[in-house]
Design a protein around this ligand. Structure first.
Ligand code: NAD
Length: 419
């Protein structure tokens, strides 16, 4: 039986960040009390037939933090460490992220504690369909719209969409985003998060007067977010000197040929064994000399222990919650410019919003339109955050969260319950 525990290091971090921001905003204490907790949290048992004939019962979650601005929105994660506290933190960050980007969406997150790398396609499909059936009454295009996150992809979204549609008796593409284009997905969703990281980096480099073509980048995590970020940065002439995945890190200070790394990863499903670079440990990778560091894997990777050793000029948070509060203070002292997660990786949910809108209208856009609109929103939001950070004399994270939290709080006041 899984332990039911609200509190986890990630949820405590998310709540503490919120408290700092609530104090800066002088937030009404009734509103603050409400926003510290999610609207709803589901824990479901997911019995799944394993290929050896046995049945394994996985534990699944869906946490809906706040839907004052619109339907809940947030990814589904498959990872062994998924727990209620982590999912709650991720759901809260989604609320601020959607609000910051000006999207008419709320925040949610879901996941199953499992190791997708150890499951066959058949097992993954069975588990996904059963999980969908268990949360079916709590999702839907007007209610809560899941998307991919760590360990899930467009195939998983297609299974969720199909299970939901079978239940309704007709195709409901708007129930998930990040699904294949063939069944109502949008152009540019798969690349959106990594592209968004790079759009915010372009603005940061302009502000800091850095020439990107003279910069070196180090990227932790080589999945959806990390891989696209590496490819897009290389396309701008940035020298990608190190990348890593769960299997290992590889470093080549002359610059890695990103296309070769991608082909190797596609073929072998892991980076280990790639020969055109030196093997480097996960912890060492974060401390390598570079101008741009992009964590694009799990939470709490940059902590009080290693923040002082970072050598980058810009930290662009592709991952959610990669930096602890203690590390934030150290980074500030070191003068490292942080593009916080709710801004840097917002490209994913922005294009998910575009996908949802296209599904509701049955009218689809070209990839150029998607990318142009994505760039406009992220560029505008970057400068809004920068301005708030300068005016309020706070770091970029607090500035971004101040904007996000304030919009949600104002909507709550308008709707009346807390005035
Ligand atoms: P993914 O499953 O596609 O890839 C994750 C990658 O991280 C894999 O290459 C994995 O091997 C690697 N990894 C895991 N643990 C690691 C470790 N300790 N050291 C180095 N590498 C490690 O996941 P993703 O969708 O790319 O998500 C990555 C992060 O970005 C997560 O924090 C997620 O919440 C965030 N994010 C994703 C999206 C999206 O659209 N997919 C959007 C916003 C934020």
């Amino acid at each position: 039986m899984a332990t039911v525990e609200w509190r986890s290091p990630a949820s405590e971090m998310a709540v503490k960040q919120f408290e700092i921001v609530a104090e800066r905003l002088n937030l009404d204490k009734n509103i603050a009390g409400r926003l510290k907790r999610p609207d709803r949290a589901l824990i479901v048992s997911v019995p799944t037939r394993i290929d050896d004939g046995s049945v394994h019962v996985f534990t699944g979650y869906r946490v809906q933090h706040n839907d004052i601005l619109g339907p809940f929105k947030g990814g589904i994660r498959y990872h062994p460490d998924v727990n209620l506290g982590e999912v709650s933190a991720l759901a809260m960050w989604m609320t601020w992220k959607c609000s910051l980007a000006g999207l008419p969406l709320g925040g949610a997150k879901g996941g199953i504690a499992c190791d997708p790398a150890k499951l066959s396609r058949n097992e993954l499909q069975g588990m996904t369909r059963r999980y969908t059936a268990e949360i079916l009454n709590f999702i839907g295009p007007d209610v809560d719209v899941p998307a991919p996150d760590m360990g899930t992809n467009e195939q998983v979204m297609a299974w969720i969409m199909d299970t939901y549609s079978q239940h309704k008796g007709y195709a409901v593409p708007g129930v998930v985003t990040g699904k294949p284009v063939a069944i109502g997905g949008t152009q540019g969703r798969k690349e959106a998060t990594g592209r968004g990281v790079v759009y915010t980096l372009i603005e940061a480099a302009k502000y800091l007067r850095m020439d990107l073509s003279r910069c070196r980048a180090v990227i932790q995590g080589f999945g959806n977010v990390g891989l696209v970020t590496a490819r897009e940065l290389a396309g701008l002439g940035v020298k990608v000197v190190a990348v890593s995945d769960r299997s290992c890190g590889i470093w080549n200070d002359k610059g890695l040929k990103v296309d070769d790394v991608v082909s190797y990863k596609d073929k072998n499903r892991r980076l280990e064994g790639f020969s055109e670079g030196e093997k480097v440990s996960g912890s060492k990778l974060l401390e390598l000399p570079c101008e741009i560091l992009v964590p694009a894997a799990g939470e709490m990777q940059i902590t009080g222990k290693n923040a002082g050793k970072l050598q980058c000029r810009i930290l662009a948070e592709g991952a959610n919650g990669p930096t602890t509060l203690e590390a934030d203070e150290i980074l500030k002292e070191k003068g490292i410019f942080v593009i916080p997660d709710v801004l840097a990786n917002a490209g994913g949910v922005i294009v998910s919003y575009f996908e949802w809108v296209q599904d509701l209208q049955n009218f689809f856009w070209t990839e150029e339109e998607v990318n142009k609109k994505l760039k406009e929103i992220l560029t505008r939001t970057f400068h809004e955050v920068l301005e708030t950070s300068r005016k309020q004399q706070v770091n970029m994270r607090v500035a971004a969260l101040m904007i996000g939290v304030d919009r949600v709080a104002r909507a709550m006041l308008w709707r009346g319950l807390y005035a």
